[in-house]
Design a protein around this ligand. Structure first.
Ligand code: RFL
Ligand code: PHB
Length: 392
């Protein structure tokens, strides 16, 4: 079956769904294709920290009501090392900007509801998605649905299909890849336990990194550094709690509250950039184009910044037939991406134990943290990066 649209969007993660919504608001037609089921996409536990710019965007496009009600605004965060917790006043150092803790799956739920309300197409559980002719003026996307083959003829394809998608590989050797893998992973859990601190705690301990976060007044989210090929079967709940308490407990007696673990998973750590973010009429956005290690909490926020920029460029393209914003989409995106790469790499390097580190390396890490929590200039630099720069 053949169909046509203006923009074919591959992937219904935060990037694809937000792009579809931004285009809808400007009267631009799109079809969103997702290979997973709606339940899978909604239940996938991932990011939790939204930058100020992401929160503002959600509000501006009319999907921020539940975020405003249920999201947890945090004006600061803690760094813990050598047994002490140190507070950083994010809002005070950035003229009132802050982060909001709100699960990525909640963002996705809100965006799916908004899409469904528009009546525009959003197809889950499609198969064999492939992209064609994007170096011409009439690209096409093929897929199967309920056993039937489909083809979409469109003006532009948006590759919002994440790190393991098909759009980036379709550009192949035209891309230059920059990559770093880290010699550790994160074991993450959700627990039914009230958060014992109102703000996040990033900790560097002798035994490795740990992070205290949350999802709601009754759900705590915790992570700990583990080996990259770690088998989750080696981590019964008691071992996870013992390790988390050891790494997070501070000399003032603070530690996370314990409760039943409802979800656990292991996430590898990677920095990755594909340049440029465009080939012809195929534009990459979000994790399809770049991955940051989660330590800086930037991935979802970068994805949102990409599609905001892409939507503006498409509005110009359809409104005036000019392509100047489409032509600068990649360069402007890569500037923001590399800023986030640097920050995420720095946070990751400062807060994890490395197998091959020397005693000098470890003391230098501690000196980095000492400086961070004692210099207003260093805290301001952290704060401005952590809350995120305005969308550009
Ligand atoms: P996604 O979310 O991966 O969505 C891509 C979608 O495309 C679908 N797909 C396909 N659809 C059709 N055809 C195909 N061939 C397809 N192949 C794939 C997929 O099923 C999926 O639905 O990418 P997007 O939209 O670019 O969003 C990026 C974010 O998901 C990601 O950057 C964040 O989760 C990263 N991240 C964090 N980011 C933050 O900003 N703040 C955080 O606090 C934060 N914490 C995290 C994180 C990521 C984590 N993990 C699990 C990697 C914490 C963790 C543990
Ligand atoms: C989370 O709450 O899932 C979270 C918080 C901070 C990070 C990464 C993940 O750096």
């Amino acid at each position: 079956m053949s169909e046509s649209t203006q923009v074919a969007i591959v992937g219904a993660g935060p990037a694809g769904l937000m792009l579809g919504h931004l285009l809808h608001l400007r009267g631009i037609d799109s079809v969103i294709l997702e290979n997973r089921s709606q339940d899978y996409v909604i239940e996938r536990v991932r990011a939790g920290v939204l930058e100020q710019g992401t929160v503002d965007l959600m509000n501006e496009v009319g999907v921020g009501q539940r975020l405003m009600r249920e999201g947890m605004r945090h004006d600061g965060l803690y760094f813990a090392f050598n047994g002490d917790r140190h507070h950083i006043d994010l809002a005070g150092l950035t003229g009132g900007r802050a982060i909001t803790v709100y699960g990525q799956n909640e963002v996705v739920k809100d965006l799916i509801a908004a899409r469904v309300a528009t009546g525009r197409p959003l197809h889950f559980e499609v198969g064999d998605v492939s992209v064609h002719d994007f170096e011409s003026g009439a690209p096409r996307v093929r897929y199967t649905r309920d056993g039937q083959s489909h083809e979409i003829v469109c003006d532009v394809i948006a590759g919002c299909d994440g790190f393991h998608g098909i759009c980036r590989p379709a550009i192949g050797s035209h891309l230059r890849i920059y990559e770093r893998t880290y010699p550790f992973a994160w074991l993450g859990i959700l627990a039914s336990a009230s958060p014992s601190s109102p703000e996040l705690v990033y900790s560097l301990h002798e035994r490795g990194f740990a992070l205290f976060s949350m999802r709601s007044p009754s759900v705590t989210r915790l992570y700990l550094q583990c080996a990259p090929e770690e088998d989750i079967a080696n981590w019964p709940d008691d071992r996870i709690w013992e390790e988390l308490r050891t790494r997070l407990r501070t000399s003032d007696g603070w530690e996370p509250n314990q409760g039943p673990i409802t979800q656990k998973s292991i996430t590898p750590m990677r920095s990755f950039v594909a340049e440029p973010m465009r080939r012809g009429r195929l534009f990459l956005a979000g994790d399809a184009a770049h991955i940051v290690p989660p330590t800086g909490a930037k991935g979802l926020n970068l994805a949102m910044a990409d599609v905001w920029r892409l939507a503006n460029a498409l509005v110009e393209f359809y409104g005036s037939s000019r392509q100047s914003l489409l032509d600068t989409y990649s360069d402007r995106g890569l500037r923001r991406t590399w800023r986030a790469q640097r920050f995420s790499w720095w946070m990751t390097s400062m807060l994890h134990r490395f197998e091959d580190e020397s005693p000098f390396d470890h003391r230098r890490q501690l000196a980095d943290l000492e400086y961070l929590v004692s210099s207003r200039a260093a805290m301001t630099s952290l704060a401005e990066n952590y809350v995120g720069t305005p969308l550009d």
